[in-house]
Design a protein around this ligand. Structure first.
Ligand SMILES: NC(=O)c1ccc[n+]([C@@H]2O[C@H](COP(=O)([O-])OP(=O)(O)OC[C@H]3O[C@@H](n4cnc5c(N)ncnc54)[C@H](OP(=O)(O)O)[C@@H]3O)[C@@H](O)[C@H]2O)c1
Length: 289
């Protein structure tokens, strides 16, 4: 049996689906039921159920988007920076392996390595550089809190999408905006991400950081082009002239745009399809709301 934290969320629900599809036994716990944000409650609960491992898909992302984290700073800090430390303490004391859902948004811009930021690179979109959104700063702190953590996987997710139309799905988000910023990014197919996290634990992969993005990178224009090709929208899309115009008119806080190198995950055998194939697969099987 394993324990899932944050199973009610967008990422947590995808993990539940993949665990169920594999016939795996798990307990998904919500804060309202067992306050896992309190170290003693979490430890007592884990001691009573003794899971093989814990998956932490809990955190605060902001609604409708990351700008909300600038207002709800206490929740953002609690969910993304403090909670990982609490889960770490409880799991280390009980010697339970666990995985934490982190984010690729702690990087921005060009990497030295031509295929993107690697697991060994120091995050460059953080409070330490004083250039980031509150959300990215908190996610980076969350990884710092886990430095040298025992029996811990850190899984970096980046801009999730799949075939199900939802306000949380990147494809849906792009199709619903009136104007778009054209940027190049790595993306993560949510179901492939969830499967990769489960594989990491089941196959007892090396602990530490894993970039779980689909290989390759994609521009916003390419996503729209593919969506139109698959008949998801016939709208005319307008693009901002520049990032400066986007920041002035449509955003309250800087956005991370970056490419992550997922070759470590691919070389280890994790099944992550090329980003173009993953997008095409999602769009071909699109389920509208
Ligand atoms: N969605 C994305 O675009 C994205 C991208 C990269 C990384 N991530 C990371 O993936 C994780 C899950 O994200 P998500 O999109 O699934 O989030 P979500 O839909 O908002 O769900 C997160 C869940 O976390 C729990 N939680 C625990 N502490 C919280 C707090 N202080 N504030 C709010 N919720 C809290 C809640 O579950 P209960 O109350 O039921 O326990 C909530 O349902 C987060 O760590 C996030 O940073 C997300």
């Amino acid at each position: 049996m394993l324990v899932l934290l944050g199973g009610s969320g967008y990422v947590g629900q995808a993990m539940q689906k993949r665990l169920t599809a594999r016939g795996m036994k798990y307990h998904s716990i919500a804060r309202a039921e067992i306050d896992y944000t309190n170290e003693a409650s979490l430890r007592d609960y884990l001691r009573s159920v003794r899971p093989r491992y814990v998956l932490n898909a809990a955190g605060y992302t902001g609604r409708p988007n990351v700008d909300a984290c600038e207002i709800h700073q206490a929740q953002c800090l609690a969910g993304n920076s403090v909670l990982p430390g609490i889960v770490r303490s409880a799991c280390e004391e009980l010697k339970i392996p666990w995985g934490h859902v982190s984010s690729g948004c702690i990087f921005t811009g060009d990497s030295e390595n031509s295929s993107g930021f690697r697991e060994c690179d120091t995050p460059n979109f953080t409070f330490r550089q004083d250039n980031c959104s509150f959300y990215s700063g908190c996610k980076a702190l969350g990884e710092e809190v886990l430095a040298e953590a025992e029996r811990c996987w850190i899984w970096r997710l980046r801009i999730p999408f799949n075939h199900i139309d939802s306000p949380r799905n990147y494809i849906s988000k792009m199709l619903n905006y009136e104007r778009l910023l054209d940027a190049t990014n790595s993306l993560s197919h949510l179901d492939e991400f969830a499967d990769a996290c489960i594989e990491c634990t089941e196959q007892e992969y090396e602990y530490g950081i894993w970039n779980l993005t689909n290989p390759g990178a994609v521009t916003t224009r390419r996503v729209i082009e593919l969506a139109q090709k698959h008949g998801l929208s016939d709208k005319e899309f307008d693009f901002f002239e520049s990032e400066a115009e986007f920041m002035q008119t449509a955003a309250n806080t800087p956005r991370s745009n970056c490419v992550l190198d997922s070759s470590k995950a691919v070389a280890a055998g994790l099944s992550l399809s090329h980003v173009d194939d993953a997008l095409e697969k999602a769009m071909k099987n699109w389920v509208s709301r």
